[in-house]
Design a protein. Structure first.
Length: 415
């Protein structure tokens, strides 16, 4: 029988945090594949996930423009950021990736204290889009370096978060433990007529044992004591949001729940509603105060048509799908890009190969969700700093190694 090797290959990766954008990852994988199969048809579609590169990807897909802005960064210093003004049928829609103003890459390693970092710059980007006439705003949650429950963003938009003495709270999630009341009388007036959609991981919730403090704060530099401090602060913040935001007249606030609220028509479950823990609780703050709709990231970004490609159609025509992530571990299953690619591949029976910068605890569990094989980038032990600095050639080489094994397997099967 003739040897069968994949002739149509779909490359659908995420970016590698603090290393390569999804576009760069897709290009590197494609280059490695072409070393082995120069004649193969390759569809390289970097998958936006709400994190770094999302605004650029959607702007490119719709023929829009990136609008630069200088905003308050997560540690309080000015940072260069941007928001996207979408074009084509999406004219009037702005896209903001919170990582542009409050991403982990903007927090120096020696200043990673999530009890103090702020999302104020995210609110400043929202205000800039409102001032420019946007009346629909899509906010991507991903790659965050903050854990302030969205307090900083709300303060930038005119909300006041007061302590028992009537003083404004300082920046940071740790301060939320002292929150006593919200004064929303000064909110940006254009918010009343603006639809806000938050593209987020629906598995992230604000409070409880699986709350965002206990699951993600350590990755942002929190000590065990700070994790518990943040968890306590989020409980207090939820109480304030429920009373002073969700307790408002819905006709004034515009809050009627989120895509995840249940039962239908009920108010947002601030503590345990799906997506409320997105980006260190930014989802909870925006949903409760601004009436933002929390949507699964891939529903908002891929199924809306804004991405510029139909992933399901490309998957149906592929012999092999290749995805990638900086690290594959037990959390990859939680609505990360490889999991979404595998979920869609199962509909068409398309085999899935995942490339990973590193393999961590629970990596093998992704086989249960439809990822058929995993290949790590480093061909030998090496320092993490070296691997990050040389991610592009390592990725090309890993893609080549994986494809050569696939061709070898096809040759064996053909004997």
């Amino acid at each position: 029988m003739p040897m069968v090797v994949p002739q149509r290959i779909l490359i659908a990766p995420s970016g590698f945090k603090e290393s390569m954008s999804a576009t760069q990852v897709a290009q590197a994988i494609a280059a490695g594949v072409r070393r082995v199969l120069p004649g193969a048809h390759i569809d390289a579609v970097p998958v936006p996930d709400g994190g770094e590169g999302t605004a650029e990807a959607l702007v490119t897909a719709t023929g829009g423009t990136l609008v630069p802005a200088v905003v308050t960064g997560p540690v309080g210093d000015p940072v260069a950021a941007a928001w996207g003004r979408l074009g084509g049928a999406a004219t009037g829609t702005a896209v903001i990736e919170m990582a542009s103003a409050a991403g982990l890459r903007l927090v120096p390693a020696d200043r990673r204290d999530p009890t103090r970092t702020t999302t104020r710059g995210v609110g400043e980007l929202i205000a800039a889009a409102l001032d420019a006439g946007a009346r629909r705003i899509l906010i991507g949650c991903g790659d965050s370096g903050t854990s302030d429950g969205g307090a900083g963003a709300l303060q930038a938009l005119g909300a006041r978060i007061l302590d028992a003495n009537g003083d404004d709270l300082p920046a940071g999630g740790g301060a939320l433990a002292a929150a006593d009341r919200l004064d929303l009388s000064g909110l940006h007036p254009a918010l009343a007529g603006t639809e806000i959609v938050v593209a987020c991981n629906p598995d992230n919730v604000l409070c409880g044992p699986r709350g965002v403090a206990r699951v993600f704060a350590a990755q942002k530099g929190a000590t065990p004591a700070q994790i518990e401090q943040l968890a306590h602060a989020y409980d207090r913040w939820a109480t304030i949001l429920e009373r002073d935001a969700l307790g408002r007249d819905p006709g004034v606030s515009g809050v009627s729940g989120t895509a995840f609220a249940a039962p239908p028509g009920s108010l947002l479950d601030v503590r345990f509603g799906r997506g409320t823990g997105a980006s260190g609780g930014l989802g909870a703050g925006l949903a409760a105060v601004l009436g933002a709709r929390l949507e699964p990231r891939f529903t908002a970004l891929l199924d809306s048509g804004l991405a510029g490609f139909d992933l399901d159609a490309l998957m149906a025509g592929a012999d092999l799908a290749i995805t990638a992530e900086g690290a594959i571990d037990s959390q990859t299953r939680m609505s990360k890009v490889p999991a979404e690619v595998a979920r869609r591949a199962q509909r068409t029976g398309t085999p899935v190969l995942a490339l990973a910068g590193s393999l961590r605890d629970g990596a093998e569990s992704v086989r249960d969700i439809g990822i058929d094989s995993i290949v790590a980038l480093p061909p030998m032990p090496m320092p993490m700093e070296y691997a990050v600095a040389h991610a592009e050639p390592l990725l090309r080489d890993a893609a080549e190694r994986a494809l050569r094994l696939i061709v070898l397997g096809a040759a064996i099967a053909a004997r």
